[in-house]
Ligand binder design. Structure first.
Ligand SMILES: [Zn+2]
Length: 329
C-alpha cells in the first residue's frame, strides 16, 4: 500500500477522502478504491490488495449507508437521557445538623471482691469528635482521702470544652476507702499490681505488696481495661502525702502547668523498681504501654490539705493543665 500511496495525484486524492472517513473498514474501502482507480500490475502489493478488494468493494457501498444508521441511533440516545433525570430529582435529602449537647453519664467499671462498684463519671459532648480525654483518678490508696474531693468537685463543676471529655473515677479502691487502708480488701497495694517488667509478687503482708500475680486484682483489671479502651491524653492519679508532681518528662508542659497551679514542685519519686525496669504502678504501666496516646501523672498532695485546695483549687489545676475546661457549670 505504501508504495501505491502518493504516486499519482488521483491516488492521493482517494486516500485523503478515505482518511477523512477514518476507521478500519474504511481502510479496506481505500484499498478497493485504489485498486479500482489505477490497477498497477508491476506492484504485487497492489495485486494482493486488489484480490481482496472485490470482496470489500460491495461492502464499500453499504458503508455510506451505514453512516446514516448511527445518526438515527444517536437520536434515541438523548431520548434515553431524560429518563434518569427525573429519577435524580427526588434525591436531595435534607441534612439536619445536630446541635452538640453536654452529655453526663456514669458507668460501672468493675466491682470489688466485697461487691463495691468502681464508678466512672463522664462529661463530654454529643455529635462531636472528642479530641482530648482527661481522666481524673481521685483515689487508689484507701487511706489517702483528699483526691476524693478533687474528683467530686470536677464531676460537679467542670464543663469540658467542645471536643474534650472528662472521666472522673473517684476511687478505684472502694474497699480500701471503706476500711481506711492503703491496700484493697485482699491486702494488695494496687499501685504495685500493674503488669510491667518491674512487677514483684514478694512482700505479702506489707503495705506495698504487689499481689500474687501481675494485674491479679479486680480493681487493677477494671481500670486497666477502661484505660486501654479510652486511651486518655491525660491521666491525673491523685495520691498523698509527698507534696509533689511526680516527674515523668513525658509532657513537660502538662507537668509544669500542674505544678504551678497546685503550688507543688516537680520531683522524681521511685517505688524501688531497679533501673531499666518499668514500675508496676498505674502511671508506669500506662506511660510504658500507652505512652503514645497520652501521659499519666501521679499527683502527690501534701498530707494535710484544706477542702478548698483538694476541691476547687486542684480541680481547676488539673482540668486547666489538661486544657479541657471550658467553664464551670
Ligand atoms: Zn498513694
Amino acid at each position: 500500500m505504501k508504495h501505491v500511496v502518493g504516486r499519482g495525484p488521483v491516488r492521493s486524492l482517494v486516500l485523503v477522502t478515505v482518511l477523512s472517513l477514518g476507521g478500519t473498514a474504511l481502510a479496506t474501502s481505500a484499498a478497493s478504491a485504489l485498486g479500482r482507480g489505477v490497477p498497477d500490475p508491476s506492484e504485487p502489493a497492489v495485486e494482493a490488495t486488489s484480490t481482496t478488494s472485490p470482496t470489500p468493494s460491495p461492502t464499500a457501498s453499504p458503508t455510506p449507508t451505514a453512516s446514516p444508521t448511527p445518526s438515527p441511533t444517536a437520536s434515541p440516545t438523548p431520548t434515553a437521557s431524560p429518563t434518569p433525570r427525573p429519577t435524580a430529582t427526588p434525591k436531595p435529602t435534607p441534612k439536619p445538623k445536630p446541635t452538640p449537647k453536654l452529655v453526663t453519664r456514669s458507668a460501672v467499671l468493675g466491682t470489688t471482691v466485697q461487691g463495691r462498684r468502681i464508678m466512672g463519671y463522664y462529661r463530654g459532648w454529643s455529635h462531636t469528635t472528642q479530641k482530648r480525654t482527661l481522666v481524673v483518678l481521685g483515689q487508689m490508696h484507701g487511706d489517702e482521702k483528699a483526691g476524693l474531693q478533687t474528683a467530686d468537685w470536677v464531676r460537679r463543676n467542670v464543663k469540658p470544652t467542645r471536643g474534650s471529655e472528662i472521666w472522673v473515677i473517684p476511687t478505684m479502691n472502694p474497699d480500701g476507702n471503706a476500711r481506711g487502708t492503703r491496700t484493697n480488701a485482699r491486702g494488695v497495694d494496687l499501685n504495685r499490681n500493674w503488669g510491667t517488667s518491674g512487677y514483684r509478687s514478694s512482700g505479702k503482708g506489707t503495705r506495698t505488696w504487689g499481689g500474687p500475680r501481675a494485674a491479679s486484682e479486680r480493681e487493677t483489671k477494671a481500670v486497666a481495661a477502661f484505660l486501654r479502651r479510652k486511651r486518655p491524653d491525660y491521666i491525673a492519679s491523685v495520691h498523698q502525702p509527698f507534696g509533689v508532681v511526680v516527674r515523668t518528662d513525658k509532657d513537660r508542659g502538662w507537668e509544669r502547668r500542674l505544678a504551678d497551679a497546685l503550688g507543688l514542685p516537680i520531683r522524681e519519686v521511685g517505688v524501688g523498681t531497679p533501673s531499666g525496669l518499668t514500675s508496676p504502678t498505674l502511671t508506669g504501666w500506662y506511660n510504658r504501654y500507652y505512652g503514645r496516646h497520652g501521659t499519666a501523672t501521679t499527683l502527690e498532695y501534701r498530707a494535710s490539705v484544706s477542702s478548698a485546695y483538694a476541691g476547687r483549687r486542684a480541680g481547676l489545676a488539673i482540668t486547666g493543665a489538661a486544657r479541657v475546661r471550658a467553664r464551670l457549670g
